[in-house]
Design a binder for this molecule. Structure first.
Ligand SMILES: [Zn+2]
Length: 329
């Protein structure tokens, strides 16, 4: 029989106040571990003490997140297969736990405190090694639990960064099509469809919606479907094209000017549409950026001009061997 195996999490739950029900959710899915260990930051532990206290965590490990160096400082007496790690935090905590769990071959669940990027499911962890951010391949979580009430409390900039990371799939998908046509690459076409659908779902929304249950569910589901598209293709390609290369080049060569990943990729995507891609998507995209508030935060957080973008192109092209629109410039 010709099927393919995909690492789809056993648990995908999105809803209000569900973080306190984690034990029930595990039980409902017939998932039992001897120990359940929470990884989070001090600030989140203080803020969400109530739900954390009622869930039976055998241990709570406070982390900063975001660096490879911290992996060596995590102290657990003994890791066993009967341990479930729960990553509660933003992308930096989640990426740290993804990497730690993958290195030690233990299961983990992501419980995001915000949705600033596709970390909740993507097979990639972005962590700083020394002064530079790097991408590492990791295994998928066995569960994703998104508590809408917690996400609602995260700052605008983080939610908009999540929007930026997801909407950039539309840029990545165009690059995939260029690579299929001009570089003889095989990229899963249904994975590209999923990447596109997940991004297109954002267009009806405006800034006034970003704390609504409906929008947060859309964003969470979109990021999960986007993660699934990467799992299907077994690469990050459906969600990472030239706009990601530009963002990686900023992180690599201008770390002092780097900002939220999702804002960087959104900025790069807009310039690519405006100047380099000849397909009339720019108007629709720019209108969406205005409506949702991305143009405002790009002005606040991005310290590069359109002219600087041109200078970033050779650096971006050299970031990795990935055929994109940058190969034509
Ligand atoms: Zn991304």
């Amino acid at each position: 029989m010709f099927y393919r195996d995909l690492d789809i999490p056993a648990i995908i739950e999105i809803g209000s106040s569900i973080s306190k029900d984690i034990d029930l959710i595990l039980k409902k899915h017939h998932i039992y571990y001897k120990e359940k260990i929470l990884f989070t930051q001090k600030i989140l532990l203080d803020k969400y003490k109530d739900f954390i206290e009622i869930s039976n965590y055998s241990k709570i490990i406070l982390v900063e997140g975001g660096t490879v160096e911290e992996l060596g400082r995590i102290e657990l007496e003994k890791l066993s297969e009967d341990m479930l790690l729960v990553a509660f935090g933003g992308g930096s905590v989640i990426d740290l736990v993804k990497m730690y769990a993958s290195k030690n071959n233990v299961a983990y669940i992501t419980l995001p405190s915000t949705l600033s990027n596709d970390a909740i499911y993507s097979p990639i962890a972005r962590l700083k090694e020394g002064e530079k951010k790097k991408s590492f391949g990791v295994h998928a979580p066995i569960g994703i639990i998104v508590d809408v009430d917690i996400i609602k409390q995260s700052p605008d900039i983080l939610l908009l960064a999540g929007v930026g990371d997801l909407i950039s799939n539309l840029s990545a998908v165009q690059d995939c099509k260029l690579a299929i046509k001009n570089n003889n690459e095989r990229i899963d076409s249904f994975a590209l469809t999923l990447a596109k659908i997940s991004a297109n779902g954002l267009f009806p929304y405006t800034y006034s919606d970003i704390r609504s249950v409906e929008f947060i569910e859309q964003l969470a589901n979109g990021l999960i479907v986007s993660g699934l598209s990467m799992m299907m293709d077994k690469t990050s390609r459906p969600a990472s094209g030239a706009e990601h290369l530009i963002s990686h080049a900023i992180d690599e060569y201008f770390p002092e000017k780097s900002t939220y990943h999702g804002i960087q990729v959104a900025w790069a995507q807009l310039i690519l549409e405006k100047v380099f891609r000849k397909n009339n998507n720019y108007g629709r995209l720019c209108e969406f950026y205005n409506n949702i508030g991305l143009n405002t935060v790009i002005c606040q957080y991005i310290q590069f001009s359109e002219g600087d973008f041109i200078n970033l192109i050779p650096k971006a092209r050299a970031m990795r061997n990935r055929f994109t629109i940058l190969n034509f410039i």
